[in-house]
Design a protein around this ligand. Structure first.
Ligand code: NAD
Ligand code: LMR
Length: 330
């Protein structure tokens, strides 16, 4: 066993995703059976008791890899020396709230958290934002962390990717392991574009194996609106699948994506595929030697171009709304 524990901070630790995530982290599902973990549970005062209850249950799990677990309401304390940060806690949209109000309220969370990570986290820190609107919250955190490489800030679209794989596999009647080459582009929102143009089912092109009208119509809608479908079915938003996808994202980032497979990750754009540099948008990506790399040279047909552009236009509008409020430092 490696003797050096890895410090993992989770904001929103007292919430639903936090509850699904923390036990898997303690069990070693992120970094494997040889790496002890120190868990820092960050909450606001209203969620502190719930996080403290989770802390008790983590202790009661007697996880051999759990070196320490602590609860914090101060972001500086929670992020000091953190190697991995899951930013899950966010301000939900409530009745009467306009989108601009939501962006402003979240900027009030993700700006200071980005600064605290910048000033206090470990030099190798990796950050994933789960709390919605995830892409723009990640942009805000990143822009408030000027001393860290921009690539250390990412947002979760692996859940959308996993949904895209699962729903295609179910339609084709094959195991998910047969499905490769899917990309989810753009925003974690209903404008996202799950793209089957490069996907395969076994050795067969996905667009030859399923009905093309379905693939370019009902399939896209189903994947893109799956979050709302789950809220309608469960009465609350996806939790275990979101936590699982966040672990997939971070595990692949640290340990590498297998073989020549790619996945979908919301990354700070370098201008690839016509996505303006600096936006946090979902791309096809591989993790090589601990860094995400956007998969180059994928053919983008006219249909895909229009879909990607529409989702990116939404991200630009979100960025501009936050910038207009003076919440995006240069
Ligand atoms: P939840 O309401 O159950 O829990 C959120 C927790 O965050 C609460 O305990 C709250 O007290 C805490 N919190 C709020 N502000 C905080 C802050 N400033 N610092 C620390 N903690 C804070 O919600 P949930 O079901 O766990 O979902 C969390 C977020 O994840 C939501 O924004 C949800 O929309 C989002 N989400 C994203 C995806 C994705 O794929 N990107 C998927 C599912 C859910
Ligand atoms: C999801 O995709 O399940 C969530 O982002 C939905 C939500 O609004 O919390």
């Amino acid at each position: 066993m490696s003797t050096q524990p890895v410090t993992i901070a989770v904001s929103g630790a007292g919430g639903n995703i936090g509850y699904a995530l923390l036990f898997r982290l303690a069990a070693g599902d992120l970094l494997g059976p040889d790496t002890p973990v120190r868990l820092r549970l960050l909450e606001i005062p209203a969620g502190e008791a719930a996080a403290a209850g989770t802390q008790l249950e983590l202790i009661d799990g007697a996880f051999p890899l759990l070196d320490q677990v602590s609860v914090h309401t101060d972001a500086t304390e929670a992020f000091t020396d953190a190697n991995i940060v899951f930013l899950v806690g966010a301000r939900p949209r409530t009745a009467g709230m306009e989108r601009a109000d939501l962006l402003e309220a979240n900027a009030g969370i993700f700006g200071p958290q980005g600064r605290a990570i910048n000033d206090h986290a470990a030099a190798d820190v990796r950050v994933i934002v789960v709390g919605n609107p995830a892409n723009t919250n990640a942009l805000i955190a990143q822009r408030n962390a000027p001393d860290l490489p921009a690539e250390r800030f990412t947002a979760l679209t692996r859940l959308d990717h996993n949904r895209a794989v699962g729903i295609l596999a179910a339609e084709a009647g094959v195991p998910v392991t047969e499905v490769t080459g899917i990309t989810v582009w753009g925003n974690h929102s209903p404008t996202q574009y799950p793209d089957l143009s490069q996907a395969s089912i076994g050795e067969v092109a996905a667009l030859a194996a399923v009905d093309v009208d379905w693939a370019r119509g009902a399939y896209i809608d189903r994947v893109a609106k799956r979050g709302a479908e789950i809220i309608a079915a469960r009465g609350s938003s996806s939790a275990a699948s979101a936590a699982s996808a966040a672990i997939d994202h971070m595990r692949d980032w640290v340990l590498g994506t297998p073989g020549d497979a790619w996945t979908s990750v919301a990354l700070v754009s370098d201008g690839s595929y016509g996505v303006p540099a600096g936006l946090v948008s979902s791309f096809p990506a591989q993790s090589i030697e601990g860094r995400w790399a956007i998969v180059p040279d994928i053919d983008i047909d006219e249909f895909s171009r229009a879909r990607i552009d529409a989702s990116v236009a939404e991200l630009i509008a979100e960025r501009d709304a936050v910038a207009a409020l003076g919440l995006l430092p240069d």
